[in-house]
Design a protein around this ligand. Structure first.
Ligand code: AHM
Ligand code: MG
Length: 337
């Protein structure tokens, strides 16, 4: 590349936040601190995952043994990295993590936010080098609250922001502040997330379904019938069956859905009677991101995910989310449209 080709006016995550906050009345820079802490946690987890295989398998770095026995599991490390980053931000009062039974409260003066996260989602895929990610929902705590579950057991529509990081061939960050979705990619040499997908829109239709079909035996007849329909050429546009794509990492399956379109689902079944995915830090943030990009997100009954209210911090929900027309196809199937 010639030097003239270098873009010197790139939009980094901090720049994006500063410019966005300038349009928000009464913004005091608090949210910048939250995003800084999140960005740092994502970079740290990303680097740790990238080093992990070499550390564990061949002991190439550090003073670890070659069997990896004394290594902390990556999900534990990811959780610790995330907790410490949020604690260090000085602005987060409450943290819910998939890895922690109870909510964590940080005692800082003036801390205003509650973050719910799955630090390493899809961790069963880690040892095979398949993409995993971190998912987060962000609430502003209730006025005068000293930090209780009331600050987070709220309707999904009350989130002020949501994001996920995906640790794949590159590290990606998808972020919504309730005004569209913006996609960033980590430039490892700069150590900065760079805006690469401003105002990302999810395609309105794509004949892809993403579901763990190995669970068919546990599904209701309604769901079995619907998935069969997607496979029958005569029931679909252009007489074409849907393609199956399932990674088994929600972040990676949703990331593909953002870029290519299609339908991602994890329904309830006789094993997981409320579905498998967690409302506060999996279904909610992904539903907000999907809706903000022009898609839809509902549960098995066709109820909008963001209208649900959790009763416990680790509550689960069935999910059907993705391209508008593909989710509508499900809604029509269950007579909710
Ligand atoms: P985890 O939070 O324990 O990693 O589980 C969540 C993951 C999601 O990333 C993924 O969509 C789903 O579990 C896959 O489940 P299954 O293996 O049952 O298909
Ligand atoms: Mg998870």
């Amino acid at each position: 590349d010639s030097l003239e080709d270098i873009n010197t006016d790139i939009i980094t995550l901090p720049r994006f936040i500063i410019e966005t906050q300038q349009n928000v009345k009464d913004a005091k820079g608090d949210f910048t601190l939250v995003l800084n802490a999140l960005g740092f946690a994502f970079k740290f987890i990303s680097q740790t995952i990238r080093k992990a295989e070499l550390i564990n398998l061949v002991g190439i770095t550090g003073n670890t043994n070659s069997t990896g026995d004394e290594q902390k599991k990556l999900d534990v490390l990811g959780d610790e990295i995330f907790i410490n980053a949020m604690k260090g931000s000085g602005i987060v009062k409450i943290l819910v993590s998939e890895e922690q039974e109870d909510l964590i409260i940080f005692h800082h003066n003036d801390s205003k936010y509650a973050i719910c996260c799955d630090p390493i989602d899809g961790s069963s895929n880690l040892d095979a080098g398949v993409s995993v990610g971190t998912i987060c929902s962000i609430f502003r705590i209730l006025p005068g609250s000293s930090g209780t579950t009331k600050d987070i057991l709220r309707q999904g529509t009350e989130m002020v922001a949501a994001c996920y990081a995906m640790y794949g061939a590159s590290t990606h960050l998808m972020l919504t502040l309730g005004n569209g979705v913006n996609g960033f990619t980590l430039d490892n040499t700069l150590g900065e997330f760079i805006l690469v997908h401003p105002d990302l829109r999810i395609p309105s239709q794509k004949s892809i379904y993403s579901i763990n079909e190995g669970n068919t035996f546990f599904w209701s007849q309604t769901i079995i019938d619907f998935i069969e329909k997607l496979k029958r050429p005569e029931d679909n546009a252009n007489d074409k069956p849907y393609s199956a794509r399932y990674i088994g990492s929600m972040v990676a399956d949703i990331h593909r859905t953002f870029l290519y379109g299609g339908l991602f689902a994890y329904p309830a079944d006789t094993k997981n009677t409320h579905g498998k995915l967690r409302l506060l830090y999996e279904a909610f943030p992904m539903a907000m991101l999907i809706e903000q990009a022009g898609g839809k997100a509902v549960n098995d009954k066709g109820e909008r995910i963001l209208d649900l209210i959790p009763t416990h911090i680790h509550d689960k929900s069935s999910v059907w989310m993705g391209s508008c027309d593909d989710v509508d196809k499900y809604l029509k199937h269950i007579n909710k449209l």
